[in-house]
Design a binder for this molecule. Structure first.
Ligand code: 2BA
Length: 107
């Protein structure tokens, strides 16, 4: 068994979650915030059997899209620097971690 932790764009999260659940994956959704932009994103945790890992990852990848986002010079998003000109960052579709599960119990 593996634990998928995927950080999703908030706009993509509803469709990713809907498609995972439609395919009988259990998920837990966390409201999170990126350290760089300090805007809201969504992290999902999903424990999946090894033989369904690729299927779950494919659903996340198919429904996640990268976007260009501008940081305005007047914005104060908590960066370690204050941009003097608008800068563009590409926020990825999804940042995905796959972790081994040592033990899984439901009591
Ligand atoms: P944020 O930390 O808000 O980062 C948003 C986007 O800003 C990043 O997109 C990247 O394009 C850019 N960025 C981040 N740090 C930067 C820096 N020091 N200098 C210049 N540009 C920078 P993604 O890489 O697609 O990341 C999207 C979100 O996924 C991140 O939001 C963060 O919440 C999470 N994330 C990404 N990599 C991670 C990691 N290694 N560990 C934990 N969370 C991660």
């Amino acid at each position: 068994m593996k634990m998928i932790m995927a950080i999703l764009n908030a706009e993509d999260a509803p469709i990713v979650i809907r498609n995972l659940m439609k395919n009988k994956f259990s998920i837990t959704k966390l409201a999170t915030q990126g350290g760089f932009l300090r805007t809201g994103n969504v992290t999902i945790m999903s424990g999946v059997d090894d033989d369904r890992l690729d299927e779950a990852l494919a659903i996340i990848k198919e429904n996640s899209h990268s976007r260009k986002q501008m940081i305005a010079p007047t914005a104060e998003p908590g960066l370690s620097f204050y941009p003097t000109m608008p800068i563009e960052v590409i926020v990825g579709g999804a940042t995905i971690f796959v972790l081994p599960i040592e033990r899984f119990e439901k009591v």
